[in-house]
Design a protein. Structure first.
Length: 165
């Protein structure tokens, strides 16, 4: 049902043609990059975390990892992942298809600055066999994000230059 919700959402936004449904799995960053034909860092992975009693999503570049110090400085607590068996009920999408679209109403979305270097990114579209190609502006609009954050490490900032698709 999750993929169908995302598909309905993008149809209503006249962006259904941007949804990609590869034959191969896209459940992990590496699988998604191989299935779509892009670099792993262009996959916009969505991390599901608890922030106090609330659930949040942080969308990061595929080559980025949560930096515990930066996360704590930003959110004033340690990063606490939502257990895999709870993700679908809490967020609205199952692991492998978690994305910032058509999520449960009480889920806040944050975008990590590691994404800003790309012209296009590829977040999941609600299933482990889907993605959607979006510009950063489209990701902002359709994720209904709360704010940009800087909570990751391990990614190449390319000198601050935006990369092509």
């Amino acid at each position: 049902m999750s993929f169908e919700n995302v598909q309905r959402y993008f149809s209503s936004a006249n962006l259904a043609d941007r949804i990609i449904v590869p034959e191969k799995s896209s459940a992990t960053v590496e699988e998604a990059a191989n299935a779509i034909g892009c670099e792993p860092k262009q996959i916009a992975k969505t991390m599901s975390l608890f922030l106090e009693e609330k659930s949040i999503l942080i969308v990061t570049a595929g080559d980025a990892r949560i930096d515990n110090r930066k996360y704590k400085n930003t959110f004033h607590q340690k990063a606490k992942m939502i257990p895999a068996e709870q993700v679908e009920a809490v967020v609205g999408h199952a692991p492998g298809g978690v994305c910032p679209f058509a999520v449960n109403p009480d889920v806040a979305v944050f975008l990590d600055v590691s994404l800003k270097r790309f012209a296009f990114v590829y977040p999941a579209a609600g299933s482990g066999h889907s993605a959607v190609k979006l510009t950063i502006g489209e990701l902002e609009e359709h994720s209904r994000y709360t704010e940009w954050v800087d909570v990751c490490k391990g990614w190449d900032d390319n000198g601050g230059r935006k990369l092509s698709d």
